[in-house]
Design a protein around this ligand. Structure first.
Ligand code: NAI
Length: 224
């Protein structure tokens, strides 16, 4: 029997046994399953899924067993059901409100090119302090003056902030937004937000360079 993940509520807060590394693999499972469905594949064994994802079949079984197990012995996985279950675990249907702070090069790219809805978010507003940036059009959104962030947050109740500001500005902006009800920071500024900055708030400090360095390390390991 399939166990319905949606009935299990918020996995991350209620099921503390699930490791961070398993949670971090779920978006990859989700993407692979969406790709399979787009290719018209409706059923897949853990071995075939493992080959496509370049992980072991036992890893997949172990990961999915954390949530009660989804497959059936001798049948494999129903791709659509598994995709929906993982989407429920990740809460992609929730459409959490987000604001993006700092509409420079990075902020503009993130505002324009990410499909927020498919990740469970809605980008509600983009904010900046620079007069030459305020008023610019980014897709359907107009860059707003940071002075209006208080009114906006009270009205729209966003819970996520995407920080694309210089690192010097991050602690102050973070404190300001936390006081306005922001509960999660996707932080691209090079100031790593710590527990002191964000007590009780979820933070993902993102460094694209880390991924590039890991790639370079792999490259060197291969050629040695
Ligand atoms: P940028 O200079 O083009 O844009 C920064 C924007 O933030 C500007 O429009 C500025 O007016 C605005 N800003 C500054 N202080 C603000 C405040 N208090 N409130 C609201 N808006 C404010 O810089 P870029 O290239 O877009 O990069 C943004 C930040 O992200 C930089 O700190 C950069 O070092 C960092 N970065 C991080 C990466 C990562 O992997 N984590 C990758 C690339 C850049």
């Amino acid at each position: 029997m399939l166990m319905r993940a949606a009935q299990k509520g918020n996995i991350m807060s209620k099921n503390e046994k699930i490791s961070n590394s398993v949670i971090r693999r779920l978006p990859r499972y989700y993407r692979s399953l969406c790709d399979l469905l787009n290719e018209g594949i409706t059923k897949i064994s853990s071995r075939e899924l493992a080959e496509r994802m370049n992980v072991t079949a036992s890893q997949i079984r172990q990961d999915l067993n954390c949530f009660g197990g989804f497959g059936q012995q001798g049948y494999g996985y129903n791709v659509a059901e598994l995709r929906d279950e993982i989407a429920a675990i990740l809460g992609t249907e929730k459409r959490r409100g987000a604001v993006l702070i700092g509409a420079g090069n990075l902020g503009k790219a993130l505002a324009r090119h990410l499909d927020y809805e498919s990740y469970g978010c809605r980008l509600l507003g983009v904010f900046d302090i620079a007069p030459d940036v305020i008023g610019a059009q980014l897709g359907e959104l107009t860059v707003r003056d940071m002075n209006g962030i208080e009114d906006f947050c009270r009205r729209e109740n966003p819970v996520i902030a995407i920080l694309c500001i210089p690192k010097e500005a991050a602690p102050e902006v973070c404190a300001r937004l936390a006081a306005l009800g922001i509960r999660a920071f996707w932080n691209f500024s090079y100031h790593d937000l710590t527990k002191e900055d964000t007590d009780g708030i979820t933070v993902e400090n993102v460094h694209l360079g880390d991924s590039l360095m890991a790639l370079c390390f792999e490259l060197d390991s291969q050629s040695e």
